[in-house]
Design a protein around this ligand. Structure first.
Ligand code: SF4
Length: 334
């Protein structure tokens, strides 16, 4: 990556205080996002991908959450140190987020148009005077945004309540809301998981189209490698709160290096493959109240060795690929 990244998560660790002890949710995570890049963060439930994404926007409640170490630089500004007032200006106008279940994030007692206009008006106080809108102008802009996300009959839908829209339409409304502040980065946390397969494809197409049209950089949180292959140019694999592999999508699919990544890919169903049994990854995620010393994957790894008692650093093994595993030597070869 030649120019400095738009967003850079550096040596970031976050923990939660619980009644049972300190839960070490994220440990020493390093992730960069370049301008215009589409980055997938993948891993199984509990690997820390959503918490990492929420940490960017300071959406992890504190307490019980606590940043133990690290920085999150956006255009060089450390968001970990930013005040709540500063974060209010950044949320939506610089970095926006959409979530898994659109119904949860829409208020059932207000029309979608009302909610969209409220979001647009809430951005006003952070905009220069010349860019501010009246409520009437905000209404026109809201309908323009609904049209941009291909919501059918936007003028009519504007007056509808969330329960009158399908799941896919509600997700389009949330995308319109997220993009109404013209952010530079869109974080999409499992944006299609709650939708059926045909609608999933439409929403992914829409995100891809908006990325090109608006020059958006995207972080896509997903457990679905098929979604990553469709939409992303780079992918970070997380396991148990740590980054274990960072690669271009092509490098990762052609040559998955970390045993965990290999397990994830082997578990993806392939239509037409004759064998009816999918391989899984035996074992469970370690207890992060008392994580193992060294590689957190070692209890599930068939290639574990004595060296794995220490955590392997993320090592570059190719032009577009880095991996944290002792199977790879200083020269990057296994
Ligand atoms: Fe397996 Fe060791 Fe590599 Fe961890 S560091 S994935 S235990 S070989």
């Amino acid at each position: 990556m030649s120019e400095s990244p738009l967003l850079s998560i550096q040596d970031f660790s976050l923990e939660f205080n619980t009644f049972d002890g300190v839960y070490q949710a994220i440990a020493d995570v390093n992730i960069d996002l370049a301008k215009g890049e589409s980055l997938g963060i993948v891993g199984e439930t509990g690997c820390g991908k959503s918490v990492t994404a929420k940490s960017i926007l300071k959406l992890v409640p504190s307490p019980p959450g606590r940043v133990r170490a690290g920085r999150i630089l956006f255009n060089g500004e450390d968001l970990v140190q930013a005040s709540e007032e500063r974060m209010r200006a950044i949320r939506g106008l610089d970095i926006a987020m959409i979530f898994q279940d659109p119904m949860t994030f829409l208020n059932p007692v207000f029309t979608v148009g009302n909610q969209l206009v409220d979001v647009i008006m809430a951005h006003q106080r952070f905009l220069p005077q010349r860019e501010s809108r009246s409520r009437r102008e905000a209404r026109d802009y809201a309908i323009e945004m609904l049209r941009k996300v291909h919501l059918p009959n936007p003028e009519t839908q504007f007056h509808n309540y969330p329960h009158q829209l399908s799941g896919g339409m509600r997700q389009r409304v949330l995308i319109a809301m997220a993009l109404s502040g013209r952010p530079q980065i869109l974080i999409a946390d499992e944006p299609t998981t709650a939708l059926d397969v045909t609608i999933q494809a439409q929403i992914l197409d829409l995100i891809g189209e908006l990325m090109k049209d608006l020059g958006l950089s995207v972080i896509l949180i997903t457990h679905d490698l098929g979604v990553v292959a469709l939409l992303c140019n780079r992918v970070v694999v997380m396991y148990s709160g740590q980054v274990v592999e960072d690669a271009s999508v092509k490098a990762l699919f052609d040559n998955p290096a970390h045993p965990y990544t290999q397990g994830l890919l082997a578990a993806v169903p392939h239509p037409g493959r004759s064998s009816g049994v999918l391989s899984g990854i035996p074992g469970q995620l370690p207890n992060l109240l008392d994580p193992p010393k060294g590689c957190r994957f070692q209890a599930r790894c068939s290639k574990a060795m004595a060296a794995c008692g220490e955590m392997a650093p993320l090592k570059r093994i190719g032009k577009d690929q880095s991996v944290a595993c002792w199977l790879y030597g200083e020269d990057g070869h296994a």
